[in-house]
Ligand binder design. Structure first.
Ligand code: FE2
Length: 177
C-alpha cells in the first residue's frame, strides 16, 4: 500500500492516495499478488527460470493491462543489496529525470520510493507489494530504494526506446523548495 509524503502531510488512506495521485496525473492501483507466487517472491534473488515463472503467474494481469492501457511487453526487475553494480544502477535513476515514454511499475515484493515534482510541488510516493503506478511521459520524477534495499517490480512497456532518462534541473521546476 502506497504512502504519499508531502511537505506538511502524509497520506496513507488508500482512496486518498489514489485521489491525490490521480489529481497529479498519475495512474495508481492496488493489485494483490497471487498467493501461488508467495514462496518464490519471498526469495531475495531469482534465477532466470524463476523470473519466467513469476511472469507466467502474472500473465492474467498483463492481459488485463494490455486491454486497459495497450502495453506490448513486460519484464521483471529484481534488485537487492547483492546485485552486482546496484549502486551504479540506482545512481542512474535517483536524480530528477523524465522519459519520452510512460514508466509503469507493478511492485510485487519489497519496497521503494518514487519522488516527483509536479505542478511545482515535490512529494514522495513510498511503494510496496501490490502497488501499480504509471508515470506519464515527460513527468519529472526519480526512483530509489529505501533502507531495505530490496524490490521486485514488473515493468510494462509500449515502446522500449523511451527507457533512457533525460535529466532535469530541479531548480527550474520547483516552486516551493
Ligand atoms: Fe524513470
Amino acid at each position: 500500500m502506497a504512502t504519499i509524503v508531502r511537505k506538511n502531510e502524509t497520506i496513507q488512506d488508500k482512496d486518498q492516495v489514489k485521489a491525490f495521485l490521480t489529481q497529479k496525473g498519475l495512474v495508481y492501483e492496488s493489485y494483490k499478488t497471487p498467493e501461488s507466487l508467495d514462496l518464490i517472491l519471498g526469495q531475495k534473488g531469482l534465477s532466470d527460470a524463476e523470473k519466467e515463472e513469476v511472469l507466467s503467474g502474472l500473465e492474467y494481469r498483463f492481459d488485463q493491462l494490455k486491454k486497459e492501457h495497450g502495453y506490448k511487453a513486460n519484464d521483471l526487475v529484481v534488485l537487492h543489496d547483492e546485485v552486482p553494480g546496484i549502486n551504479d544502477m540506482l545512481a542512474k535513476f535517483d536524480k530528477l529525470h523524465i522519459h519520452t515514454d510512460e514508466e509503469v511499475r507493478y511492485i510485487i515484493d519489497g519496497s521503494g520510493i518514487f519522488g516527483f515534482i509536479i505542478d511545482g510541488e515535490r512529494f514522495e510516493v513510498h511503494v510496496g507489494k501490490g502497488d501499480f503506478i504509471s508515470i506519464p511521459a515527460n513527468t519529472n520524477h526519480w526512483f530509489t530504494l529505501d533502507k531495505n534495499l530490496r524490490i521486485k517490480a514488473v515493468r510494462y512497456f509500449k515502446d522500449n526506446s523511451g527507457w533512457t532518462p533525460v535529466y532535469v534541473d530541479e531548480s527550474k521546476v520547483l516552486i516551493n523548495a
